[in-house]
Design a protein around this ligand. Structure first.
Ligand SMILES: Nc1ncnc2c1ncn2[C@@H]1O[C@H](COP(=O)(O)OP(=O)(O)O)[C@@H](O)[C@H]1O
Ligand SMILES: [Mg+2]
Length: 354
């Protein structure tokens, strides 16, 4: 855990970069710092690994004041990735990734093994890439190497300062996916700085919005969209809404072809599947199977968020699930509904011209 206690940073020229900053970042969390240019994000990040010393206050890592850490141990424990691809140009990819393991005197075998493992992790075939020089890689590939270099010595914390902002949108999206996956796999605490709200929402377990050196609001993407602290938050987020955080009631089809009343059952073709049946008062009765109605125990409640609902689909073969409220069948959620909804909220897909 990283804890900021009353952290203030005033630079020598009088600039108040960070003011009375109080924050806890949990173990294994992907925490995003966001805010307009100059709001103090980089300064905040650099205070974590002591590239900048605060004017006032304390920072704790794993409960210990960072001033009580050995500086070198602290730096090794906090991998740092910058926006500018900062690979050493004359070294090979393997040598670049090996820098910190070499300093830590890991030995040739262990380091080699680690380099291969890391390059594999970000989909760079070691046999193909490790002997190349940085200029023989694309921008996105170089940035991937930058990320794994920061991970090489297995730090607990990864600090990333706008690491993808110099990349084209497609590469950037791919790297965002990589970093999410990486974090799920390796459970590092990641502090990720960006000024891009879409990136923040795509990545953050929690997001901290800063302005003029202060925290305006810190919370989950859902908290920020649902309960913005003030108009600054609202305006910064814009009408950005995380589509996965939409309740099923807004996506389901109340008049779905997969719904039928008990009365109408005989008139319906047998091939409609699944078919969910309701009786008097829309009471849910079950699912038609052959000529029978059988119990159906996987249902969704209308308040369920889309992101949770999709897991219910994994438990079943059905392409559509009944939405039940107080025992009543109020609609059906199908894959088709989900795709249509996502398409509507995201607008038409941009196609690349040939
Ligand atoms: N070394 C420095 N000396 C004086 N002012 C600085 C220094 N570094 C940053 N600042 C100022 O502190 C404020 C916060 O900067 P920074 O943390 O880099 O913002 P961000 O990363 O959010 O764009 C800005 O006003 C910036 O100009
Ligand atoms: Mg910055």
């Amino acid at each position: 855990m990283i804890k900021f206690k009353n952290i203030t940073k005033h630079f020598a020229d009088g600039t108040k970069a960070v003011h009375e900053f109080n924050l806890k970042i949990n173990q294994g969390e992907l925490f995003v710092l966001i805010g307009p240019s100059g709001c103090g994000k980089t300064t905040t990040l650099k205070m974590i690994n002591r590239l900048i010393e605060p004017t006032n206050g304390q920072i704790f890592i794993e409960g210990k004041d960072i001033r009580d850490w050995n500086t070198q141990a602290l730096r090794w424990n906090t991998g740092y990735v910058l926006q500018q691809i900062a690979l050493f140009p004359t070294m090979t990819i393997e040598e670049n990734v090996s820098v910190v393991p070499d300093m830590k005197k890991w030995g040739k075998q262990k380091t080699k093994k680690r380099v291969d493992e890391l390059l594999d992790m970000v989909s760079l075939d070691p046999s193909l890439y490790k002997n190349r020089k940085p200029t023989e890689l694309s921008g996105g590939q170089q940035q991937r190497v930058g990320v794994v270099r920061a991970l090489a010595a297995d730090p607990d914390i990864l600090l990333m300062d706008e690491p993808f902002s110099a990349l084209d949108p497609l590469t950037r999206e791919q790297l965002q996916k990589d970093i999410r996956k990486l974090q799920t796999d390796i459970q590092k605490t990641i502090v990720f700085v960006t000024h891009d709200i879409d990136e923040a929402f795509a990545l953050g377990d929690r997001i901290c919005l800063m302005n003029e050196g202060k925290i305006v609001q810190a919370g989950t993407p859902r908290e920020l969209t649902r309960q913005p602290a003030n108009t600054f938050v609202k305006e910064f987020i814009g009408d950005k809404k995380n589509e996965w955080e939409t309740p099923v009631s807004e996506i389901m089809d109340p008049h779905s072809e997969f719904i039928a009343s008990l009365d109408s059952l005989n008139e319906l073709p047998l091939y409609t599947a699944p078919l969910y049946i309701f009786g008097a008062n829309h009471q849910f009765l079950g699912r038609r199977q052959g000529k029978e109605i059988v119990d159906h125990d996987i249902s969704i409640s209308p308040e369920t968020m889309l992101q949770e609902a999709v897991y219910d689909f994994e438990k079943t073969d059905a392409d559509a699930l009944p939405v039940i409220k107080e025992g009543k069948l109020i609609g059906v959620l199908s894959y088709k509904d989900i795709v249509r909804y996502l398409k509507d909220v995201n607008g038409p897909l941009e196609r690349e011209s040939m």
